[in-house]
Design a protein around this ligand. Structure first.
Ligand SMILES: [Zn+2]
Ligand SMILES: [Zn+2]
Length: 111
């Protein structure tokens, strides 16, 4: 299984779902999903640890809003079915998450 998020460093990657080049987050933290289609890859057991062997595509299925963390993208792994929660990156200057897509998910959650 090809990993599209480099292990252990914050680098750009090519989205496995939409094929767009995704730049690293400007604030230096890990970008764990594609800002264009909001897909991710199942690589973590705990956020950022890259300890999962699954490698399946994480399909965005809904969003949650928490006053403390802001928008959370809920994704389901297409390989193992696990639900993951990823903090959205809406304020990233290089490539912010697609807010319209986020709103669409909040209107019709699939999970
Ligand atoms: Zn994508
Ligand atoms: Zn999985």
């Amino acid at each position: 299984m090809r990993r599209f998020i480099a292990q252990g460093k914050n680098s750009s990657f090519t989205c496995l779902h939409c094929g767009q080049e995704v730049p690293p987050l400007a604030n230096g933290s890990y970008r764990n999903h594609c800002p264009f289609c909001l897909y991710s890859q199942h690589l973590d057991v705990s956020p950022g640890d890259r300890a999962s062997d699954c490698g399946g595509l994480l399909k965005p299925v809904g969003v949650d809003y928490s006053g403390k963390k802001g928008w959370i993208i809920i994704s389901r792994c297409e390989r193992c079915g696990e639900l993951r929660r990823n903090k959205a990156a809406l304020d990233d200057p290089a490539a912010a998450d697609d807010y319209e897509l986020l709103l669409e998910l909040s209107r019709k959650p699939e999970f």
